[in-house]
Design a protein around this ligand. Structure first.
Ligand code: ASP
Length: 346
């Protein structure tokens, strides 16, 4: 059907996840079904008056199985259909949604249309589902216009009445409907009686810049979460991993780590081999401040890079993206120190 110029057209991309799952009558466990299930269970979609189209992954993917190859598939669909639609809603499992949203924010350079990821804690076919509300509001937001342009031209996550910047979001709860948080950046919109946009915190695109889709990720990265009692053997095994290019260390508090000689020696050895180390806090809010305590000053002198207030999800996807894009260590470090898509504050 040809759309009229007045119509708002949206593409819903169903990748998988609980939002489209049913109980397998034989095993009792949750299994994914195809996209038709969603449209059957949300007849409200027809009332929107938007020109809604959908594509479904086949087979659909539980988000624990999503990897950079799948991010590229999502970005490919958006790139191929970019000119045909006013916005995109990506239905995705909640478990790794914050990783995919972060990855897409780095891949889709000069984005000027909304890409809203959502999912649900309960399958959409269940009476108490949170999936309907999430889907309906995500569609509303993806369609929203402000002076003729997209109101939210960013990669965002909509969940439980809140819209947050994708690369600032983290999954907090495997139980509550209020499953996501944006610890270091205000919500982009909040939904109550009204849909209130936090306009000062929405990044507007540069005019006339064409969409560029970056599709190369280098997965030779690791995350090392520190804990009291961590052994040299473990740290050594990680930094000596064959091919490892980037290491994120999840540190204590404002970026602190043990001052044991052996710990710094192992980090230095890795950096001297050309490795890059990014310091990200394991706290659920706040920022790394290297040099504030002796326990981070030594890492700073060793050449460890501060992750500032980045989430763990954004840090690993950003590192993979930068290592995929640049061969020079300096360029990767320069990228880590900059905000590429609003993922860190200054
Ligand atoms: N395991 C599911 C997934 O992430 C959970 C969910 O959708 O909430 O794909």
């Amino acid at each position: 059907m040809k759309k009229t110029s007045k119509e708002t057209s949206l593409l819903i991309i169903y990748t998988g996840g609980t939002i489209g799952m049913v109980h397998d009558p034989e095993t009792g466990s949750l299994v994914p079904i195809d996209f038709r299930y969603i449209s059957e269970h949300v007849p409200e979609l027809k009332k929107f008056g938007y020109d809604l189209h959908s594509v479904s992954f086949d087979p659909v993917i539980d988000s624990s199985n999503i990897d950079p190859g799948v991010w590229v598939r999502m970005a490919d669909i958006i790139e191929e259909r970019y000119d045909d639609f006013d916005g995109f809603v990506v239905l995705h499992g909640t478990d790794t949604m914050a990783y995919s949203a972060s990855a897409l924010s780095f891949m889709l350079e000069n984005l000027n249309k909304p890409v809203i990821l959502t999912g649900s804690q309960l399958p959409i076919g269940l009476l108490r589902t949170d999936g309907k509300e999430n889907l309906i509001n995500a569609i509303e937001i993806a369609a929203a216009k402000e002076n003729g342009a997209a109101a939210v031209p960013e990669v965002c996550i909509y969940f439980d009445n809140k819209l947050s910047r994708g690369n600032r979001t983290t999954k907090l709860s495997a139980e509550h409907f209020d499953a996501f948080n944006s610890p270091n950046y205000p919500f982009i919109a909040e939904v109550g009686l009204h849909l209130k946009y936090n306009r000062n915190h929405i990044t507007l695109p540069q005019k006339n810049h064409k969409l560029i889709v970056n599709k190369v990720f280098n997965t030779n990265v690791a995350i090392l979460k520190l804990f009291p009692g961590i052994t040299r053997n473990l740290v050594q095994a990680i930094v000596n991993t064959k091919g490892l290019k980037g290491l994120i260390i999840e540190t204590f508090g404002s970026g602190n780590a043990p001052t044991y000689d052996w710990f710094l020696e192992e980090l230095l050895r890795f950096i001297k081999k050309g490795g890059i180390i990014l310091n990200v806090t394991q706290c659920h809010g706040g920022s790394v401040e290297m040099g504030l305590y002796e326990t981070s000053r030594q890492m700073l002198s060793a050449g460890v890079v501060s992750g500032k207030d980045i989430t763990s999800e954004a840090s690993v996807t950003k590192l993979m993206y930068l290592l995929g894009k640049y061969t020079s260590r300096e360029d990767v470090i320069k990228g880590l120190n900059r905000s590429l898509a609003g993922e860190i504050s200054f």
